[in-house]
Design a protein around this ligand. Structure first.
Ligand code: GRF
Length: 223
């Protein structure tokens, strides 16, 4: 079973969704480690409750980003992690770290990249007035929220939405697409060519035709 390390800074609802899919045997990976840069982060409690090793290293105590990331890399390697999953990890990873883990680090972002990168993807999309938005899972490159896209999901933005209600809708999609993306990753089904990701179709599941386009607001009769 492939071993993954989750890096997270906060609540950890995505970490939880990944842990549950792995425990259920649907995601064929072992969560070898949950790591946080924030002492007391809720994600650490979630990990311990699931009997997963939880490690915290306060980034404020480190001399430099490079030194900190080297230590994180060492901790991941010691736990024999093969893949690194960012789940609300609120730090940019250094180039040296990413060179150590080439095409092994993935992230989830709460907007349809390349729109609305940055720390407030849902709020920015709502304020901009887009009609559809939703999460993106992508490989991590040095530039924030930029690497090749693995899976995206679209949700409508409703007239009465607040940042909170929109974020909830996005989160529930995140909890479905992230474990799926990780399953593709750990089972070796992802190929990357330049910016484009393709999935090998070994089990035939991609043979189904894609669904009709999601248009929001919906079209009226006759259009
Ligand atoms: C998610 O919205 C994710 O898209 C972003 O950080 C948030 C983490 O939420 N990168 P949680 O800690 O998994 O609940």
């Amino acid at each position: 079973m492939r071993r993954i390390g989750i890096l997270a800074s906060g609540t950890g609802s995505n970490a939880q969704a990944i842990i549950e899919k792995a425990k259920a045997g649907i995601l064929e990976a072992e969560i070898a480690l949950v790591f946080s840069n924030v002492p007391g982060a809720a994600v650490l409690t979630r990990a311990r409750q699931a009997q997963i090793p939880a490690v915290c290293l306060d980034h404020r105590k480190s001399v430099s980003r490079e030194a900190y990331d080297a230590e994180v890399s060492r901790i991941l390697a010691e736990a024999r992690c093969e893949f690194v999953v960012l789940a609300g990890y609120m730090r940019l990873l250094s180039g040296a770290f990413l060179k150590t883990w080439p095409l092994k680090v993935v992230n989830i972002h709460p907007a349809l990249l390349p729109a609305f990168p940055g720390t407030h993807g849902a709020r920015d999309a709502l304020e901009y007035g887009v009609r559809l938005t939703g999460p993106s899972v992508h490989f991590v490159e040095e530039e924030m929220d930029r690497g090749p896209l693995i899976i995206q999901a679209a949700a409508p933005v409703l007239g009465e939405d607040t940042v909170d209600s929109l974020q909830k809708r996005i989160h529930s999609l995140e909890h479905r697409i992230y474990p799926q993306a990780i399953q593709w990753l750990v089972t070796g089904r992802i190929q990357v060519e330049g910016r484009r990701v393709t999935l090998s179709d070994t089990d035939g599941s991609l043979a189904v035709p894609p669904p009709n386009s999601l248009i929001w607001p919906p079209l009226e009769e006759g259009f």
